[in-house]
Design a protein around this ligand. Structure first.
Ligand SMILES: [Fe+2]
Length: 237
């Protein structure tokens, strides 16, 4: 079976994630050892600080450094964790910031966001004006989303997807709540959000999958991997 990590900071030297090619390789080997087959590189893109052109140049150069050292037998996809501000919409062709340049964008918002007002307008704009499907990373970091079923449903009906970090299942209250959301079909994707072995360690991926399997959520896990498969566009090596 294929296992997808849809959110990582493994590309070297581009954000607060991996600092060196060597560390990036160790993190990828760690995912591979656990059985993860497909990895998305999603470095931070702070739209208020950098243009899409400049970000994509930096991402390409980080990827070019890592490329000769990528482990065999895995597939990779280039994306970004885009911090959404109104400056994002100054850029042309936002698809370039989507997973594999196509349709689905990992879209980060301030954690205190209520997803009314401005952030709601920005999500609508991406969906309606750009035909981009937003994927909100680590749903567990947004109290407004965790609190309100109605808000989650409202966003899902707009077409928004949700991702959860595998490391978040280490803590009991979050584990129970996130397990329930997965069971209800309210979370679409898994990611490690790995920055290093000390910050969101990649070691958490399969531990969480096993834990959820033991809770009887095997079918839900498979469905989430199917969603990932639809989003993942492998980079040519
Ligand atoms: Fe992240």
């Amino acid at each position: 079976m294929e296992f997808y990590d849809m959110h990582t900071h493994i590309l070297p030297g581009i954000d607060d994630g991996s600092e060196t090619v060597q560390n990036s390789v160790l993190m990828l080997e760690c995912l591979k050892k656990q059985g993860v087959t497909n990895v998305c590189f999603t470095p931070h893109m702070y739209s208020q600080e950098i243009s899409a052109d400049d970000f994509l140049r930096l991402r390409q150069s980080a990827f070019d450094k890592l490329k000769p050292h990528l482990p065999d037998g895995m597939e990779f996809c280039l994306g970004a964790e885009v911090f959404v501000t109104d400056y994002l919409f100054v850029n042309d062709n936002l698809n370039r910031l989507c997973y594999g340049g196509k349709r689905y964008m990992l879209t980060e918002f301030p954690y205190k966001s209520q997803f009314q007002g401005r952030s709601n307008r920005q999500l609508c704009k991406l969906i309606n004006d750009y035909s981009i499907t937003p994927v909100i990373p680590h749903i567990e970091r947004y109290p407004a989303l965790m609190k309100s079923y109605e808000l989650r449903q409202e966003l899902r009906e707009m077409g928004v997807l949700f991702q959860t970090n595998t490391i978040s299942f280490e803590k009991i209250p979050a584990r129970l709540k996130l397990g329930k959301l997965i069971k209800n079909g309210e979370i679409d994707l898994f990611g490690t959000d790995a920055h290093s072995f000390a910050h969101n360690t990649p070691e958490s991926y399969m531990k969480t999958i096993e834990l959820l399997k033991n809770k009887g959520l095997k079918r839900d896990i498979e469905e989430m991997q199917d969603v990932a498969k639809r989003i993942f566009v492998p980079v040519e090596l």
